[in-house]
Design a protein around this ligand. Structure first.
Ligand code: GDP
Ligand code: MG
Length: 439
């Protein structure tokens, strides 16, 4: 997905304007890319249609490139489908029941314990865990062990009891002992079968859960869609937990399941450890599906603060390779406005290497201010040609700016590094393309 989409956008970035055929071409590629990312076909069709509609209907903002515009539209649409905000659990009056459902191995038992731990430690809720898994030997013991690790109570195991009997006992215990939340971990099968669904439906009718969470492995791709649809049809889920997002799943399953069930993704599992459970952030998953770093927010921020005339001049100079100290000063000021070098670079995809170099060079806010002062103390000729700056000039500049000769040397070194970096960025289609005609 990444390479493909990046390829599409790279091509768009180089165009002057976003024509209808540009959009159509991009959409064809995006369609394939989403399918490759395991988003289900009907979802892809819907998504592409919506994005095309919005892309064609919307003016391309003059100050950014057409490619950036498409990134933003695609991103916004992804976020809209995934849910416009992170979704909280809705827990009813105590004891609120949370029913965990899903296929075997999807992470139900682990997620039950993680959730219990989270509710205990973050919300100070009194939580009871109970395993209804009578299918797999030792499943109940597994939950008991995890409960202990989470410092949460678990229902004592009585061998030979069926799922419904355990449910009754768990409800009784929760009421009698004043638990806020009862989490019911259930049995899973390798694939969906009627017996499992009937048992789940019976448990649901008995326990009347305030949340029925479908636990699904983010790596299962197309299957996740069928699973989600059938579980939703048979037992009516109220939310989805996407596990194994610590793996290299692109998040395509999130888009599909959300679309197919209409239910929000509420939590995301990010590891085997019991604290590896996070609230769902649509923005993050959307970025992950697109894998465009934070281009979107960068575009928004850049549109706010970048002085366009200055930027255009700078772009011409960059193109010519004549990046002098005055240009550096302009650049430094714009960077200060945008939250510093790190702030910008952190938002660009694939730029870690350059960022690391800059960190080594120790660019920070205070340094930016001082560097501007040093450049202010130079003569126009010096700013144009750094080679003029010999030892005595350095002493004069240092005195004039209240810095030391070492500071001046560091700045000059910085300037050389910046020139190098600009060249590299140009090769990568980096800053210049990102800011488009703006920079
Ligand atoms: P269940 O059959 O649905 O109850 O699944 P389990 O809770 O027993 O989990 C199956 C395996 O997946 C275990 O080894 C878990 O440690 C692992 N697992 C669960 N959630 C995650 C997750 O978010 N990330 C990773 N890496 N592993 C997970
Ligand atoms: Mg289990």
């Amino acid at each position: 997905l990444t390479t493909r989409l990046t390829g599409v956008f790279d091509r768009l970035k180089r165009r002057g304007a976003l024509s209808e055929s540009d959009v159509a071409e991009a959409m064809r590629e995006i369609r394939i890319a989403l399918l490759e990312a395991d988003v289900a076909l009907p979802v892809v069709k819907d998504f592409v249609a919506k994005v095309r509609e919005r892309a064609v209907g919307q003016e391309v903002i003059k100050s950014i490139t057409p490619g950036q515009m498409v990134v933003k539209i695609v991103h916004d649409e992804l976020v809209a489908i995934l849910g416009s905000e992170s979704s909280e659990l809705r827990l009813g009056s105590p004891p609120a029941v949370v029913l965990m459902a899903g296929l075997q191995g999807s992470g139900k038992t682990t997620t039950s314990a993680k959730l219990a731990r989270r509710l205990r430690s973050r919300e100070r809720r009194k939580v009871l865990l109970a395993s209804l898994d009578t299918q797999r030997p030792a499943a109940q013991t597994q939950l008991e062990v995890l409960a202990r690790q989470s410092e949460v109570a678990s229902l004592p195991i009585i061998p030979g009891q069926g799922a419904l009997d355990i449910t009754r006992r768990a409800l009784d215990t929760a009421r009698r002992e004043g638990y806020d939340v009862l989490i019911l971990d259930t049995a899973g099968r390798l694939s969906i079968d009627d017996a499992l669904m009937e048992e789940l439906a019976a448990v649901r009718d008995l326990a009347r859960p305030s949340e029925t969470l479908l636990v699904a492995d983010a790596l299962t791709g197309q299957d996740a869609v069928n699973t989600a649809r059938i579980f939703h049809e048979r037992i009516g889920i109220t939310g989805i937990v996407l596990t194994r997002m610590d793996g290299d799943a692109r998040g395509g399953a999130a888009l599909s399941m959300r679309h197919v069930t209409g239910q929000p993704i509420k939590l995301v599992g990010t590891g085997e450890k019991l604290d590896a459970l996070e609230p769902f952030h649509p923005e993050r998953i959307a970025s992950r599906i697109l894998d465009m770093g934070d281009v979107v927010s960068l575009v928004e921020k850049a549109a706010e603060v970048v002085d366009r005339d200055e930027a255009e001049k700078l772009a011409k100079k960059l193109a010519k390779g004549s990046f002098d100290l005055s240009d550096l000063r302009t650049q430094l000021q714009q960077m200060r406005k945008m939250g510093g070098m790190k702030g910008i670079l952190g938002k660009l995809p694939g730029i870690q290497k350059v960022q690391k170099q800059l960190e080594e060079a120790n660019i920070d806010e205070k340094l930016l201010v001082r560097q501007c002062a040093i450049i202010d103390s130079m003569t126009p000729a010096e700013r144009r040609n750094a080679d003029l700056i010999n030892a005595s000039r350095k002493r004069r500049i240092a005195a004039g700016s209240g810095t030391t000769v070492q500071d001046v040397n560091r700045l000059l070194k910085q300037h050389r590094q910046m020139q190098d970096m600009m060249k590299r960025m140009k090769k990568m289609g980096g800053l210049q393309n990102l800011f488009g005609r703006g920079l």
